[in-house]
Write a protein that binds this ligand. Structure first.
Ligand SMILES: [Zn+2]
Length: 220
């Protein structure tokens, strides 16, 4: 870049100098904190006589970004209070206390609705496998279609069913011992593409979810 600028503007003399940033400098950090508090309108500002002349009359200008930040914080606090009082909160909390934690929301932010739905289903056990379908009256039996004496649970589908040995082997090759950890498979971003591949390969959820687009694998 420097070479290009020098080539395009041979008549100009350019010098680069390094200068320290604000981070870690106590005075700068403190000034930044005070400025943000004042800009949000939540802190008493200096008395008017101590302000520069042009700021002594009328109300002080507020920072749009600080106002947005404060609004976002208030909205989130209000949402948290309303949600905690909702009748659905207790029920969902019993199913999976971690489901509405920030980590799960962060995990699924960039996922498709279909993939997020799959993860929610697996975590809450409200999943199109026979044990749950039977409870809903949508399957004649709670048993696994391939293992006539065993209920088709999430655990059986992921870890035990002999029908999916090949798919499970591929999962184990990718994730090692972690492939047998349900919390890991359902909550860790690096596991999701492999879990998605497993679910797609078994074709067990295809009638409900169709083919689920895999999230990109993180580079090594
Ligand atoms: Zn089975």
């Amino acid at each position: 870049m420097m070479q290009k600028i020098a080539k395009d503007h041979p008549d100009q003399d350019i010098t680069l100098r390094w200068s320290p940033g604000h981070e870690g400098v106590h005075g700068n950090e403190e000034a930044d904190k005070q400025a943000k508090m004042a800009a949000s309108g939540k802190q008493h500002n200096s008395c008017r006589s101590a302000l520069p002349t042009f700021l002594r009359h009328g109300s002080l200008p507020l920072s749009i970004s600080a106002l947005k930040q404060a609004h976002h914080k208030d909205t989130h606090a209000r949402w948290s209070r309303m949600w905690a009082e909702s009748p659905r909160y207790t029920r969902l909390h019993q199913l999976d206390p971690l489901i509405l934690k920030r980590s799960f929301i962060k995990l699924t932010t960039k996922f498709s609705k279909r993939l997020t739905g799959l993860l929610l289903s697996l975590r809450t056990r409200h999943v199109p496998l026979n044990l749950h379908l039977h409870r809903l009256g949508k399957s004649d039996s709670p048993r696994c279609p391939y293992c006539p004496t065993i209920d088709e649970t999430v655990h059986h589908f992921l870890f035990d069913c002999s029908q999916y040995q090949r798919e499970r082997h591929i999962l184990a090759c990718a994730l090692g011992r972690q492939a047998t950890s349900l919390p890991y498979l359902l909550a860790e971003a690096e596991a999701t593409p492999h879990l998605t591949r497993y679910v797609n390969a078994t074709r067990r959820f295809k009638p409900t979810f169709g083919e689920i687009l895999m999230p990109a694998l993180e580079p090594d």
